[in-house]
Write a protein that binds this ligand. Structure first.
Ligand SMILES: O=C(O)c1ccc[n+]([C@@H]2O[C@H](COP(=O)([O-])O)[C@@H](O)[C@H]2O)c1
Ligand SMILES: Cc1cc2nc[nH]c2cc1C
Length: 347
C-alpha cells in the first residue's frame, strides 16, 4: 500500500509570510495566527487563502472489546459500552457536545456506525452504510480485526473523506465515539513509538487510580500478545487497533491526498493518524492539531507528528469537540491575511 501525498505549496507560503510582515502591525505580532495564515496559503496554494466556509465533522462510532468489564483486566472505562450506541442517537438528535459546538461555528456533523456492538435498526441507512463489524476484538486477548477488515475500514474512511470533499468540504475534522477507545489509542501510540504502557495510559472518561492500573495491565497484555507482529500500519490496526481507528486513518490520509486541511481532535484521532503517518510521512503537513487532550498518549502522538495543539482547555470529550472549537482561529488567520491593511500605507 502506497500513498502519494502532495506537498503544500511553498511558494504560496513564502508569499504569505512576506505579506504578513507588511501588514499594519509590528512584525510577527500576531504570533501563531500568522503561522496559521501561512499554513493555509500553502495548503490552498493561493495567497490569500480561501475562506473556510464549509467545515465538516465525521464521527466514527464503534465499540472496542477491551471495554468489556468481564474481560481479564476488568473495567477500563468509567462508563458502560452501551453508551456508544446511545450516543449515536444523540448525535442524530443534534444534542451531542460536538453538535452543539459545531453549530456555533457553522460546521456540519455526520455520524457513522463503523463498529457499534449491535444493530441500530432505527437509524437512517446512511449511518450504518460503512459498518465493518459489531465491536472490535478485545486487544488484550485477541486481534481487534479479522484479516481484510483493516483494509476495508481504511477504504471506508477514504470513501467518506472523498464524499465530503466532493460535496465541498474546505476543512475536515475526524470525531470519535467509543467507550474504551482511550485504551486502544494508548496501545497504538505505545506500539508505534515503543513506549511503556505506564507512560501512555491516562484516565479516559474519568477512571480512578485502580481503573488506570487496569488499563495499564490491558495495554501491557496487548503489547506482549502481539510482540513485533504489529510492524506495519495495517497489521497494527488489525492486532491492536479497531475498525474505527483504521477508518479514521483512511479519512485523514485521503484528505491529505486530496489537499484538504484536517484539524485532528483528541487522543483517538491523533493515535490513528500516527499509525498511518508511517505509510505517508508527508501527510502531517496537511494536518493541524486542534487541541491538547488530557490523555498522555495524545501528547506523544502529537510530538511524533510534529504538531503543536492550537488550544489547551483540558478537554477530554472526543467527538471532534476540541477541533471544532479551534475553527475560529483558522478563520481569524484567513481574515487577517486577506483583509488587513499595509504598514506601507500608514499616513
Ligand atoms: O478526545 C480525547 O482525548 C478523549 C479523552 C478521553 C475520553 N474521550 C472519549 O471518551 C471515550 C473513551 O474514554 P474511555 O474511558 O471509555 O476509554 C470515547 O468515546 C472518547 O471519545 C476522548
Ligand atoms: C456520555 C458520553 C459521551 C461521550 N462522547 C464521547 N465519549 C463519550 C463518553 C460518554 C460517557
Amino acid at each position: 500500500m502506497r500513498f502519494d501525498i502532495p506537498l503544500p505549496d511553498d511558494t504560496a507560503r513564502l508569499e504569505a509570510l512576506a505579506h504578513l510582515d507588511g501588514l499594519v502591525k509590528p512584525v510577527g505580532s500576531l504570533g501563531r495566527v500568522e503561522e496559521l495564515a501561512a499554513w493555509l496559503a500553502a495548503a490552498h496554494g493561493s495567497m490569500p487563502p480561501r475562506p473556510l466556509d464549509d467545515v465538516r465533522v465525521v464521527v466514527f462510532a464503534g465499540d472496542h472489546g477491551v471495554s468489556d468489564p468481564a474481560g481479564p483486566h476488568g473495567a477500563v472505562s468509567a462508563y458502560p459500552r452501551e453508551v456508544t450506541a446511545s450516543m449515536v442517537r444523540v448525535f442524530l438528535a443534534g444534542t451531542s457536545g460536538v453538535t452543539v459546538l459545531a453549530r456555533q461555528v457553522g460546521a456540519r456533523v455526520r455520524v457513522l456506525d463503523i463498529a457499534v456492538d449491535g444493530e441500530l435498526a432505527d437509524v437512517p441507512a446512511e449511518v450504518t452504510a460503512h459498518k465493518i463489524r459489531r465491536g472490535s476484538g478485545s486487544i488484550d486477548v485477541t486481534d481487534a480485526l479479522a484479516p481484510g477488515e483493516a483494509e476495508r475500514a481504511l477504504a471506508a474512511g477514504m470513501a467518506v473523506a472523498d464524499a465530503e470533499i466532493d460535496a465541498g468540504a474546505d476543512l475536515l475534522i475526524p470525531g470519535d465515539m467509543g467507550i474504551g477507545n482511550s485504551t486502544v489509542a494508548a496501545t497504538l501510540v505505545a506500539a508505534v513509538l515503543g513506549l511503556p504502557a505506564e507512560d501512555v495510559v491516562g484516565t479516559g472518561t474519568g477512571v480512578n487510580e485502580a481503573g488506570r492500573a487496569r488499563k495499564v495491565a490491558a495495554v501491557r497484555a496487548a503489547l506482549a500478545r502481539t510482540a513485533d507482529r504489529a510492524s506495519d500500519p495495517l497489521s497494527t490496526f488489525t492486532a491492536l487497533g479497531s475498525a474505527c481507528a483504521a477508518a479514521t486513518a483512511g479519512f485523514v490520509l485521503r484528505a491529505a491526498e486530496r489537499r484538504t486541511p484536517v484539524l485532528l481532535d483528541g487522543v483517538f484521532s491523533c493515535a490513528a493518524a500516527l499509525v498511518c503517518a508511517e505509510l505517508a510521512p508527508e501527510a502531517p503537513r496537511w494536518w493541524l492539531a486542534g487541541h491538547r487532550s488530557t490523555e498522555p498518549s495524545q501528547a506523544f502522538a502529537l510530538k511524533a507528528l510534529g504538531l503543536t495543539p492550537l488550544l489547551d482547555l483540558g478537554l477530554r470529550l472526543g467527538e471532534g469537540s476540541g477541533a471544532v472549537q479551534a475553527v475560529p482561529l483558522l478563520r481569524s488567520a484567513q481574515a487577517v491575511i486577506s483583509e488587513m491593511g499595509l504598514l506601507a500605507d500608514l499616513a
